[in-house]
Design a protein around this ligand. Sequence first.
Ligand code: SAH
Ligand code: SF4
Length: 382
Amino acid sequence: MRDRPAPLAVLATSVVEPKLDLRSATLDEACGFAVAQGWPRFRGEQIWRWVHDKAARSFDDMTNLGRETRARLAETAVIGGLTVAEVQTSHDGTRKLRLVTHDGQSIESVVIPDGDKTTQCISSQVGCAVDCQFCATAKLGLRRNLDAGEIVDQVYLARRLLADVEPGRRISNLVYMGMGEPLHNYDNLVRSLGILTHDKGAGLSQRRITVSTSGLVPKLERLGGEDVRPNLAVSLNAPNDAIRDAIMPINRKWNIAKLLGALRAYPLEQRRRITFEYVLLAGVNDALDHAAQLSRLLRGIKCKVNLIPFNPHPEAPYTRPSHAAVAAFQEECRRLGMPTYLRIPRGDDIDAACGQLANRSASSPLVALTRRRGLPSPPPVE
Ligand code: SAH
Ligand code: SF4
């Protein structure tokens, strides 16, 4: 008898209100939640500040709240987020954090020191659905979106790590360039931007946040109308539709003309420029004539170009152009009047460089897959 499932009616009456995830909540939501508990609004702000300014990980950390309040919180709310599974440090000081979600998914976030500046590269999804042919993350497919709490917690965990290992160094810049396509997880992206830039929370400046996208045109148009407007980086990667179609299937849906049309209409603030990312693939998009085509495309757009020599990984059928070819391409871009910078690979010895984020730890499915297929490990970088 004891094993019989409870009748539906009993189940229905025992349904409990879902707990509020304070890590994903906005300040307004936290205040509304406090009022619903019968507390004053400011209690909501107090709690929110614990979670987003002081990065509290448990209600017991909230030392200025009474025991009863904390007990009630434990019944009605949770503090979501991630746990740190592994930290790898590169010879160049770059640190890659492997972080695990409550349902056991691994994601990666990279902290890159650069003089006084420290840039953190964060993930927006587990895997990615966009399927760019050169990208390791694409091979995972899309497992799921990260919720806003899982996005912002990457920053809080990195801050904690730095406070332990390198006190005095602070995250100064944030780029949504880790795993996933941020605009494909639009609502959580916008929510996370609101939380991270709030002056009562992490207080990051929107001028120091960059969202990188493969070019989801309707979402780009929407982003232009949001309160928090980050800098934009666009993975163009090709000087014409034929090449872009071949390496980025998304181009068949929104081609270069549509993408550039949306970017020309994007409300850029004064002195801001769009960054175009261009992954250099030997023999595919690195000819000098491609630089000339690129300069014609970008004419009239306030922008700069970031060249990223391809970071090899076992699943991609491409190679990195030689130093000489990369230098010649950059020189040609500059000669044609485009401000063009070379992205030096950072953390490539720990697979933390652009496009290498694919949970390639010993236990990851991708490593298991490549081992099964007997594929070689990534060739050394020139
Ligand atoms: N999905 C977003 C952000 C994550 S990808 C986007 O595509 O913009 C971040 C950057 O890494 C993109 O500019 C992408 O073109 C680049 N990238 C992907 N795979 C790469 C590889 N193997 N080598 C070098 N850059 C790569
Ligand atoms: Fe996704 Fe960006 Fe990789 Fe393309 S480059 S598959 S959009 S993560």
